[in-house]
Ligand binder design. Structure first.
Ligand code: ACO
Length: 379
């Protein structure tokens, strides 16, 4: 066995062989099963893209219709899950509520038959169908309202917005949300996907796989960055303050949220698409001063940090879009999770196909042959 040198964050070390997605960080290319993200954002929809990611091919019309119909059928969540969620503190973060609810699904669907394609499909359908309902239900219940029943006549993104806002979304917002879900659905071996694969490799149930990945996605260096971007833009407050703010950050060596990426050394292609969508939304529903601030910040960061390969990542413009749709900031990461469940499940399925439990090694830096110190001799 080759012994590798220790690399913090496993940077550059392959953790799996995967045929699901590919990133070329130097050229700013992202492909799902070989199809460029720009093409999927233009021509596909989120459920079709989910099918592509999980089953490795674009569905035929009957296959897609069957998948959509199964998802519609399973959108509702059990009363006992709703009751459980009602006991969550209203002040709790929706990502924590989502993690707990996703894990709780495992209590109700505990039969584990990982070699059976029908079991895999049923778990995929349940998780894809119920996660948006759980996110919307927590949002309504923490504000003292009853959850809204899903509507079968609405598409995946449109129904989610309907359950969240208790009113049918306009078609542009529904389509933009659908594209946002496509863009966030999968992204090679990032932290939450790695987490999902490690959990999957123990042959536990898929609800535990998704719950562990949700927990990992929540951190500010991963999915949580889109919330921090809005806080940062609000703190900047005006276009004039962009450069002084940036100077101050660089002096303090603090990170600019929504910028930089372990893999991309150019602008993240998803950020480019999201920026275009933001412009469409602002054109239709009125401009947003925070968008002007964001564009100026991108310009200033490129001037100062472009040479280090620091450009906007997927989190930079997504929050502005969600904000314009009236979505509270702390739901941005749960929306990321709704999308990424597709990628996590694709990796779960792929991991099961040739499983070997993850068991890396470590570089031990501690003591040897120490002795137990009696309490009175400790200091
Ligand atoms: N602002 C300012 N400088 C940055 C930033 C940033 N956002 N990102 C990286 N740098 C600089 C670092 O200071 C470092 O400079 P140095 O070499 O002079 O010390 C260099 O670029 C390399 O940075 P690392 O932190 O080593 O890069 P790493 O690959 O470990 O980090 C990460 C990537 C975590 C995304 C980082 O860029 C970051 O913290 N960004 C802000 C948070 C964010 O937007 N996260 C979302 C990422 S996308 C996603 O998870 C969906």
């Amino acid at each position: 066995m080759t012994v590798c040198e220790y690399r913090p964050g496993l940077e550059g070390i392959p953790a799996a062989e995967s045929a699901i997605s590919h990133v070329d960080g130097q050229r700013g290319v992202l492909e799902y099963r070989g199809i460029k993200i720009e093409e999927l954002a233009e021509k596909s929809n989120f459920l079709e893209t989910t099918y592509l990611l999980i089953w490795g091919k674009l569905p035929t019309k009957p296959e897609l219709e069957a998948f959509e119909s199964e998802i519609r059928y399973h959108r509702r969540i059990k009363y006992r899950i709703v009751d459980m969620m009602k006991c969550f503190p209203e002040s709790g973060h929706p990502m924590d509520a989502l993690q707990a609810s996703a894990a709780a699904l495992g209590l109700f669907y505990s039969r584990r038959d990982l070699h059976n394609p029908a079991y895999i499909r049923a778990a995929v359908v349940r998780l894809m169908a119920k996660i948006p309902t759980m996110v919307a239900a927590f949002q309504l219940m923490r504000n003292g309202n009853e959850p809204v029943r899903p509507r079968d006549d609405l598409g995946y993104a449109g129904n989610f917005l309907y359950m969240l806002n208790e009113r049918e979304p306009d078609p542009l917002s529904a389509r933009i949300m659908d594209i946002c879900l496509i863009l966030h659905a999968e992204h090679t071996m990032n932290a939450s996907t790695f987490s999902a694969r490690v959990t999957a490799s123990t042959l536990t149930d898929p609800y535990a796989v998704v719950a562990s990945a949700v927990g990992t996605l929540g951190g500010p260096l991963h999915g949580g960055a889109n919330e921090e971007v809005i806080a940062m833009l609000e703190e900047i407050g005006s276009v004039e303050n962009v450069r002084p703010y940036l100077d101050n950050c660089l002096e303090r060596k603090s990170k600019i949220m929504g910028f930089g990426h372990r893999v991309y050394k150019v602008k993240d292609p998803r950020a480019t698409i999201l920026q275009g969508l933001a412009e469409q939304l602002f054109e239709k529903f009125g401009s947003d001063k925070y968008y002007e601030i964001a564009v100026e910040l991108e310009r200033a960061v490129e001037e100062r940090l472009g040479h280090k390969g620091i450009y906007p990542n997927v989190d930079f413009y997504s929050g502005l879009l969600y904000r314009k749709m009236g979505i509270p900031t702390d739901l941005f990461t749960p929306i990321f999770a709704i999308a990424r469940v597709a990628g996590w499940l694709a990796h779960w399925k792929e991991q099961l196909e040739e499983n070997r439990i993850y068991r890396p090694t470590q570089v031990y830096t501690g003591y040897h042959e120490s002795h137990y110190t009696p309490m009175e001799k400790r200091y």
